[in-house]
Design a protein around this ligand. Structure first.
Ligand SMILES: NC(=O)c1ccc[n+]([C@@H]2O[C@H](COP(=O)([O-])OP(=O)(O)OC[C@H]3O[C@@H](n4cnc5c(N)ncnc54)[C@H](OP(=O)(O)O)[C@@H]3O)[C@@H](O)[C@H]2O)c1
Length: 227
């Protein structure tokens, strides 16, 4: 059975993606902070007969991030595919952004995907397979007043994915970034933007890249503007 790891599946895009992965017959490793919502995702998957295991970590904490990647690998092996979905936005003008808020957004949105990749990459390269899917944002392509830290983290993520794609080229792996616009989740609330797509729209795109898209997409950046 194909094992797919996903971060941030307690709600929103991650939850929709985890459930869609289960319906497609994948086993799912859910990485995120311990919460009733994450437990509910696991319960829902289990009720559908899906093999789903949660691994708890605060991805704002680099020590916990590395440790959780090792725990997943030790108990289930290196996943066949990884969807780096967890994200946080803390809206504030630059002058009002505290060092802690900047550090948190960079840690969850950029450092955690980097460190988890670093942990699992050696075995993926050795077995010459691995699908690495990263959730960026349309904010990876533009600036946004009141969300500079978030934009910086999401632009940085695309730089990381492009570099990763260069490193894994010719090794049987694929790294892509999916950049959604406004998705109808709690993250969008308070942004002032109207939703232009559903979590399911993004989930089906992420599942496509995690399970079946041709590896020739390596290095791809898929923008989703919505309808
Ligand atoms: N919604 C949009 O319009 C939109 C647009 C473009 C890109 N995106 C991106 O899509 C991804 C999913 O966002 P969403 O809209 O589904 O947001 P959401 O509903 O707020 O969900 C965010 C997920 O990330 C997890 N997370 C946040 N901080 C974490 C931490 N410190 N440690 C571990 N997990 C953490 C949350 O878990 P907890 O339950 O522990 O908080 C939750 O599962 C994010 O990367 C986001 O940047 C969203």
């Amino acid at each position: 059975m194909t094992l797919v790891a996903i971060t941030g599946a307690s709600r929103g895009i991650g939850r929709a993606t985890a459930i869609m992965l289960g319906r497609r017959g994948a086993a799912v490793a859910l990485i995120g902070r311990e919460s009733p919502e994450l437990a509910e995702t696991v319960r829902e998957l289990a009720s559908q007969g899906v093999s789903a295991t949660s691994f708890h970590a605060d991805l704002a904490d680099t020590g916990q991030t590395v440790a959780v990647a090792r725990r997943v690998q030790d108990s289930l092996g290196t996943p066949a595919a990884v969807i780096h979905n967890a994200g946080v936005v803390e809206r504030a003008r630059i002058v009002d952004t505290t060092p802690g808020s900047l550090a948190r957004q960079l840690a969850v949105n950029l450092t955690a995907p980097f460190l988890i990749t670093r942990e699992w990459l050696p075995s993926m390269l050795e077995r010459r397979s691995g699908r690495l899917v990263f959730v960026g944002s349309i904010s990876s392509t533009l600036g946004s007043a009141g969300a500079a830290a978030y934009c910086a983290s999401k632009w940085g993520l695309v730089g990381f994915v492009k570099s990763l794609a260069e490193e894994v080229s010719d090794h049987g792996l694929m790294a892509v970034a999916v950049l959604p616009g406004s998705v109808d989740t709690t993250m969008l609330a308070g942004s002032g933007f109207s939703p232009r797509m559903t979590p399911a729209d993004v989930a089906s795109t992420l599942v496509h890249y995690a399970l079946e898209a041709p590896l020739a997409h390596n290095g791809g950046v898929i923008e989703m503007f919505g309808v």
